[in-house]
Design a protein around this ligand. Structure first.
Ligand SMILES: [Zn+2]
Length: 179
């Protein structure tokens, strides 16, 4: 796999240091460098995905409340579109197996639908890239949660086996689904 190496972020190392991969899940959105990088004024609008920043959170364009609708919007790039632009992934999903090869299009449709549903709830949860390679498919996502959710829906819909690994000192999930 030729992914870029994900360096542990400053200030998020555990006492022991190193990028331990364990099953313990750490929820700490405060360590997301893309959420800290920029201060967005209220009613900022992403020029790429049209998400709107309102009330200190990003909203899908369909979910923006009326009171935020009339305000002139500053055009920005939201944290998810910045991650996509930088190819900065926090979730990786590997799909493998014979069943996958036979049902590839159907499975990819399910994953795309899941992304769309997730984006309605949180537009920062997005797929960065879907790469087909010999014997499987590699998907990267902007958040570790979306990778986890895609693993769950694959397991629920098609069964097979799924394995989750979270790094303890970086916000990173690796999901492997096989059938
Ligand atoms: Zn965006």
């Amino acid at each position: 796999m030729t992914k870029k190496t994900l360096k542990p972020k400053a200030g998020t190392r555990t006492k022991t240091g190193g990028a331990r991969i364990g099953r313990r899940k750490r929820i700490d959105t405060a360590t997301d460098p893309y959420l800290l990088k920029e201060e967005y004024p209220d009613a900022s609008e992403c020029k790429k995905c049209r998400s709107v920043y309102h009330d200190k959170r990003w909203m899908h364009p369909n979910n923006v409340p009326i009171e935020a609708g009339a305000v002139p919007r500053k055009k920005v790039l939201c944290p998810a579109c910045l991650k996509i632009k930088d190819n900065y992934a926090e979730g990786f999903i590997t799909l493998e197996g014979e069943f996958l090869a036979e049902h590839k299009d159907e499975i990819l449709n399910l994953i795309r639908n899941k992304e769309e549903l997730a984006a309605h709830i949180n537009p920062l949860e997005r797929i960065i890239e879907i790469k087909e390679r010999k014997g499987g498919i590699e998907i990267s996502t902007t958040t570790e949660k979306l990778a986890e959710r895609i693993g769950q829906i694959l397991k629920k819909t098609y069964h097979g086996s799924v394995d989750y690994k979270w790094s303890s000192d970086t916000k990173l999930a690796r999901v492997v689904w096989m059938r």
